[in-house]
Design a protein around this ligand. Sequence first.
Ligand code: PEP
Length: 254
Amino acid sequence: MKKRIPILAANWKMHKTIEEMREFFSSFLPLVEGVSGRQIVIAPSFVGIMEACRLTSGSQVKIAAQNMYFEEQGAFTGEISPLMIRSAGAGTVILGHSERRHVFGEGDELISKKVKSAVDHGLHAILCIGETLEERNQGQTGEVLGRQLGKGLSKLNGDDFVGISIAYEPVWAIGTGQTASIEQIQKAHDFVRLTVAEHAGEPVAEQIRILYGGSVKPGNVKQIMELEDVDGALVGGASLEPESFAGIVKFEEN
Ligand code: PEP
């Protein structure tokens, strides 16, 4: 039995039209009906959020956004605000994903503003952090995680921490089929919890959920979820097929 309620989160990235999403949910929802003791979160594209909320209403599946801008409104062409995400029906937002950092050039300062804004607007934020292969090979993993986490949390105080989770996602393990080893995952999660304790205190560190992301599949999720400091998974590729993501959600059965 996990100390903290696990989160199994799907990041669909730029996949699935509305029709494909409908097909997914018609197969997926019966597969996870009655599953308890965990939170199931799915992040479709922005344009899919409203329909995903409609399709999942009455189920235990919660819908998330994959990103947002920190302002409520204004001249920010192409951006989506926390108010828009809320009004579309999503309650969670993924922030600082490695593709946002490395493909779209988002830095720690911008991400920290987004995290604070999400929490201020009642959204649960999943803050993603993770080192590149080069950083790991140069022995900089701790430094990178410490910086991304320290900056990412820097604008939060007190109760704000209740509104966030962290996803440790080594960049070299995302979408590559190469999962971090069990030892690497536990070591990084332990480091993340200690770092959260330094910034926000022991009680916060004890309750915060730390998800692992990076080529999680039905075949490896059980072993990963058994680790003491792993409180969930953030899943890209293997969340796109209903059977595969249902297998991850029901991780104990694998
Ligand atoms: C992700 O995009 O957050 C991710 C972990 O992707 P994948 O599961 O495909 O590695």
